[in-house]
Write a protein that binds this ligand. Sequence first.
Ligand SMILES: *Cc1c(COP(=O)(O)O)cnc(C)c1O
Length: 230
Amino acid sequence: MTTSPAQATGTPARLEAVRERVRAACERAGRDPESVRIVAVGKRHPASAMRPAYAAGQTLFGENYVQELADKRAALADLPALRWRLVGRLQRNKAAQVVRLGCAVDTVDSVRLAEALQRRADGEGSRIEVLVQVNVAEEPQKAGCAPKDLGGLVATLRRLDALDLRGLMALPLQAAQPEDSRRWFRILRQLAAEHGLHELSMGMSADLEVAIEEGATMVRVGTAIFGARR
Ligand SMILES: *Cc1c(COP(=O)(O)O)cnc(C)c1O
């Protein structure tokens, strides 16, 4: 992504630029801008970097690691409207911790992980929002449910009453050109439609426009909001 010097003046300005990109993409696609939520992904930025975004009206934040999410959630506990999503891989032995944090989990990709979350959430008397991460490009060694296994996982999730299945998420390999992501976003949208699911978390700093054109309801944006990661 190219950022003009005038835009590179801190998180509030960058956030406004991202909102403008979302609005413009929605307009081109004939979509309501309210139908797309921005998830601000703060991995490897300190909790203090989230505050200017929150002050500028951003309330939905994503993190890749459970411990980093826990630390930031504690550091930002004074911000009442803040909501968290885990957007990175979750190991089953962290299911209890994640349920206690009360965040949404966007990366459920196996029946065993789903069952572990169900057990913990049920035990706490809570309900957690989940997305299924799909390995749309069927990349070997990559997190995500294979498209052929999605039907079985969705059926299981619908039986697990402590989990609130909302939709699908994908993290295809970062392409050289934003346009190269389109085919994967399209596959994710088709899979969601086949299963009657509505949330589509896809698109990042570089390709959020293409994702919105293909139906994204959540775009996960790090660099374009917080700047380069250390
Ligand atoms: C880091 C990350 C993002 C944000 O990536 P940017 O290119 O910095 O916008 C989105 N989703 C996931 C799962 C990530 O790990």
